[in-house]
Each structure stands twice: as C-alpha cells, then as structure tokens.
Write a protein that binds this ligand. Structure first.
Ligand SMILES: Nc1ncnc2c1ncn2[C@@H]1O[C@H](COP(=O)(O)OP(=O)(O)O)[C@@H](O)[C@H]1O
Ligand SMILES: [Mg+2]
Length: 318
C-alpha cells in the first residue's frame, strides 16, 4: 500500500457560475503535518469538505490511504477523521459519555479501550469524567480531536484548529499534532496565519482565491531559498559594499549609514557574506534579520499586501 495518506488530483469546485476551487493537486505523506494556508475565503474549508465527502466535487479525484473516494467510498472515508465545523458536544454530559455516544454511532464497533486510548492521546485523562460545559475551549478542541480519532483513521483533518485558542492552547494543539504524526498518522490543518503554520507543519500549501499557489516545506522557508533583508553592522559600510560588489556584482544593497548596510540575500548567503567580509579584514559587529520576513513572504505571494507579485519567492515547488 502506498505511503501517501492522501492524494488529491485536480480538485475543482464550481458553485453556480463561480469557480471556488481551481484545479488543486497535492499529496500528504504518513507521519507528516501538512498545512493549508490562506486568507479567509481562500477555499480551505471547501477543499476539506470535498476531501471528506461532505460536498461534491465538480472535478478531480481523491485517494485516501490509497482508496478512491469515488469507487471505494466506505473504505476511503473510514480512513479519515475530521473536524470541519466546531464539533458539537452535549454540555451536560461528561467528555467520556460524549465519546461513548459517538463510538456507538460509528459504523464499526469501537471498544472501550479505544476511548481510553484517544483520551490519553489528547491528554484529557484528568477531565474526561467532568461535564463538557466546564471545559475550556482548548479542552473542547482536544475532545473533538479524540472523537475524530476514535475509529483509528490514518488521516486526521482539522479545519482551523487553533481558532480562538490562546497561545498556551495553540502550543498544546501543536504538541499533540506532532505526537500523532510521529505515531504514523497524516495530519492536515488549515489556518490563515503563517506563524501558526510555521510552528505546526512540516509542509504547507498556500491557497489563494481557490488556487494552489505554492507548496513549501518549513525547512525550505527557514533555510535556503527565501531571500530576506539582512542588515550588517561593520566598521566601514562603503568599504564592505565595495568588497561585496567584486564578488556579487548583482547584489542590491543599501548603505544605511557609515557603519550599516543592508542586502537582500538567502540565509545560506549570510554566512558566505560574513566570511568574505572577515577575510578582507572588515570588522563585522552585527548581523540583523527582519523577523517579519516570513510574514512578508506570505503576504507578497498571496498578494494580500495589495501589491501582489511573487517578489520573495525563489523556488516555486508547485
Ligand atoms: N455554498 C456556497 N455557495 C457559494 N459560495 C460559497 C459556498 N461555500 C463557500 N463559498 C465561497 O467559496 C469561497 C471559499 O470559501 P471557504 O472554503 O469557506 O474559504 P476559507 O475556509 O479559506 O475561509 C468563499 O469566497 C466563499 O464565499
Ligand atoms: Mg474556512
């Protein structure tokens, strides 16, 4: 059987005349946390609803753990656990009773041990016999994940799982998503926040106006091929820039003042530039990186800064 937990090909959704999702293809490996990143209205929820069979597709194929959603619907769907809209629980019942209720509704029999197991997986052992109405939002979220995991799916899909959570809650979600992925499940999460994607995912797809713009791995973003504005503080900025120009004629650098200049380079190049300067006797006192550059990167490629364009994108891995 394939190691792909999910493969979607040319996923397309048209509602009346409007093209909501336009030819989206990607796949997700087992053991991976994969993100769908895009501003509100981009189409994340629609993509997820099509994958889990909640709405029809205009075009495209979905394979879940190798099963074709069209031809082997039952098998395919039994491999998915998802929270699409906010999970509904009975507040007057305990978390355990709620899970038991869902377990009873399941197609296949779910043993009591599995309820205990998922409770442990999401760290709700202590609170599981309390009424759900006493739960915090984060605890409800975890109970929702426990419910989605009851039937032992190989693919877990969570639509905006960190929505409304405080930083502590977000850290928790991140923690157990990583743990689930480690256990061999594939996890898909959606979010409109790049900063969350960075913390939760191994790879993510950027969705904009129903189109898949780019798939990036977090390592790629943090590593090689993203150009960012880097500020250098040296003993003599003009001298340093002159040296650099000899080696990198194409550099677009800005001298800020006598001692500072900035240049748009990739992370790898920072080390090279530093070494070059030091080798030529330049004293380097500081190297500064704009921490917002990843956010900028996202805004630039999604065009939500009003300018559009692909300014910062070097590698387009689509
Ligand atoms: N049933 C529907 N009828 C018409 N338009 C819809 C329907 N569902 C979603 N849309 C539109 O599709 C686009 C994508 O929506 P959605 O998938 O909810 O985006 P996201 O989850 O990324 O915020 C939006 O423009 C939304 O208005
Ligand atoms: Mg949505």
């Amino acid at each position: 059987m394939s190691e792909k937990a999910l493969e979607v090909r040319s996923l397309t959704k048209r509602i009346r005349k409007k093209l909501i999702i336009d030819d989206v293809s990607f796949s997700v490996e087992k053991g991976e946390v994969f993100g769908l990143l895009g501003p509100n209205g981009a189409g994340k929820t629609t993509i997820i609803k099509m994958i889990v069979g909640l709405i029809g597709r205009t075009k495209g194929e979905v394979f879940i753990n190798g099963f074709d959603l069209d031809r082997e619907f039952k098998k395919a769907i039994s491999e998915v656990g998802a929270i699409v809209e906010n999970p509904e629980f009975y507040g007057y019942m305990s978390g355990y009773r709620n899970l038991k209720h869902y377990a009873n509704l399941a197609a296949e029999k779910i043993p009591k041990e599995r309820i205990q197991e998922v409770t442990r997986l999401v760290g709700l052992e202590k609170a599981i016999h309390q009424k759900v109405k006493t739960y915090s939002l984060g605890m409800r979220q975890r109970l929702g994940i426990a419910q989605a995991l009851l039937h032992n799916p190989s693919l877990l899909i969570l639509d905006e799982p960190t929505n409304g959570l405080d930083p502590q809650g977000i850290r928790e979600v991140r923690g157990y998503l990583r743990m689930l992925a480690k256990s061999g499940i594939a996890v898909i999460v959606s979010s409109h926040l790049l900063s969350e994607m960075q913390l939760m995912c191994d790879r993510f797809a950027i969705i904009e106006k129903g189109k898949l713009i780019q798939i990036s791995s977090i390592d790629e973003l943090n590593g090689g091929n993203l150009e960012q504005e880097v500020a250098f503080e040296v003993d003599n900025a003009d001298n340093a820039v002159r040296i650099l120009k000899n080696y990198y004629p194409g550099f677009a650098e800005k001298v800020v003042n006598e001692k500072q200049f900035s240049v748009k380079i990739t992370r790898e190049t920072i080390a090279d530039v530093n070494q070059l300067l030091v080798n030529h006797g330049v004293k380097v006192y500081g190297i500064g990186l704009s921490s917002t550059s990843l956010e900028e990167h996202f805004l630039k490629i999604t065009g939500t800064d009003g300018q559009g364009g692909m300014a910062y994108v070097v590698a387009n891995k689509k």
